[in-house]
Design a protein around this ligand. Sequence first.
Ligand code: ADP
Ligand code: ZN
Length: 629
Amino acid sequence: MSALPAADALEALSTQPLTILQEVFGYTAFRGQQQAIVDHVTAGHDALVLMPTGGGKSLCYQIPAIARHRAGKGVTVVVSPLIALMHDQVGALEEVGVHAAFLNSTLSLEDTQRIEREMMAGRMVMLYAAPERVTNLRFQAQLASLHERGLLSLFAIDEAHCVSQWGHDFREDYLQLSLLHERFPDVPRLALTATADDQTRADMIERLQLQDARVFISSFDRPNIRYALVEKDEPRKQLLRFIQDEHDGDAGIVYCQSRKKVEETAAWLNEQGISALPYHAGLDAAVRQKHQDRFLREDGLVMVATIAFGMGIDKPDVRFVAHLDLPKNIEAYYQETGRAGRDGLPADAWLTYGLADVVNQRRMIDESPAADDFKRIQRGKLDALLALAEAHDCRRVRLLAYFGEASQPCGNCDNCLNPPATWDGTEAARKLLSCIYRFWQHGQQRFGAGHLIDVLRGKQTDKVEQYGHQALSTFGVGADLSENQWRAVLRQLVALGHVVAEGEYNTLALTDRARSVLKGEVTLTLREAVEAPRRGRVGKPGQATGSKAGSAAADLSGDALARFADLRAWRAGVAREHNLPAYIVFNAATLADMARIAPRSLGELAGISGVGAKKLQAYGDQILGVLNP
Ligand code: ADP
Ligand code: ZN
């Protein structure tokens, strides 16, 4: 049995990366560093690739895999942490005519044996497997046999940050992957991740023994994502308005911290006429799988989830990621929001936060059983996140700066589009801080936000009476600000670390930092509280606010829109037939181009980005039929 593709096929097939990109995938040009990475790896060198979600990491190993297979070098083994995604990853390759397969526990014995036979014959271009399989004895023996015959082409290690305990996706099995290098030192390796921080990078290099690998770091900017962090007022209603105004009918993810809140929010959205599914670790594995499948396959579903829903969600047309609770830190925020708009089309990252979020996050760190060192790091990370939330300047500049990248104001975040009003809050802050101080001085007692604000505003309540607080010098000194404004001042003081909320009742205490404000050594510029929730898309009155960050079809009109609808219906049929998500058949951008351009011949159709040779052959006539009925 020949280990290589038939000679005639080999002859016809190019090993040039650019040709492969164009012929197989139907794209015209490489993006960013793709070309450099592909060339480096195709030539047989090791690489570590740091690229944001949606940057196009898959092609970085798929094209070398194809090129090297065509050159007779055999099989690329792709290590991928999520069994649930392998079916679709392989399906996408088969759709473009690349022979790939996966091995995992969901396969029958028969299928497993068939795939192993094909792998051992070197016929397949890419084999996907989870780390625990790649490192087991049986598989290692198979790799050794392939290697002996020169048919072990490349190792691609996806989601490589899973080797790091530092991050949040640590996987014990990933640690064993250094074995690949020890046993097959001459087989090139490519590790890929969207996690950028220095510690994770160092862990990957050390634990995967990538000291000699070339490191490719891309810009982590995701210019198509519009960031907005808004004050929490009535979070559910704010969310509903956000979805209705900006993302009617779009697919999106809503993150919540607790399982209970996930369930409640999903149920509520459904009541409001928005199709939503819950996802959290407390659900049955089968239910989770079903919900994930539906989210990937159906159009326009909203997934309400805890962070259990995350890694490797390849769905490219997620149009928004909303947070109803604060994420743990900026890394988590960036990774979670990065799941929006992987297809490069406009998308929204929207977060709502309030005083309680700030307090809860601080408390979770304080009360965790972790070591002090660890807590200190966590606090530092939370501070950075809170500074982002309270920022008056460009969100993107701050996000990128956090990852060590300098940039200019982006024009595509809430603060750029609608600069927030700020005010000199020094005097208000001093009143608030000294009121907390007076409480302590008066009766060695601490109180929560509600009572504090009542006292500042001079409200006669039972509690004021009970503690004799109308006698305090700070009683009524803040009558000029509304309760809402005081909450905003307090939130910012907690965020900035001047005040902490402690204990069961979130009673407030001053920190050392508060002293400088009390003494008048610093001035505080605060964001103005938003009295009424802003409506719809941020923007100044009279200023064009830009189109909604909506679907690929946003700029289609009349006939083109009708064609788009027809194409979508056709695509849904094919997707069902092939048991694949619709976007794998053709993504939204490709479909929109087809509707806009309305090609009349196969030649014209072939010119559209995303239409490769195999898809042209398989679907070309059908598409022309849909477009020219
Ligand atoms: P990542 O794994 O880095 O999140 P993907 O590999 O899923 O990103 O790519 C994101 C999207 O961009 C996919 O839909 C992919 O087909 C598309 N893409 C990647 N590279 C190119 C390119 N050079 N030209 C056009 N589209 C591309
Ligand atoms: Zn900006």
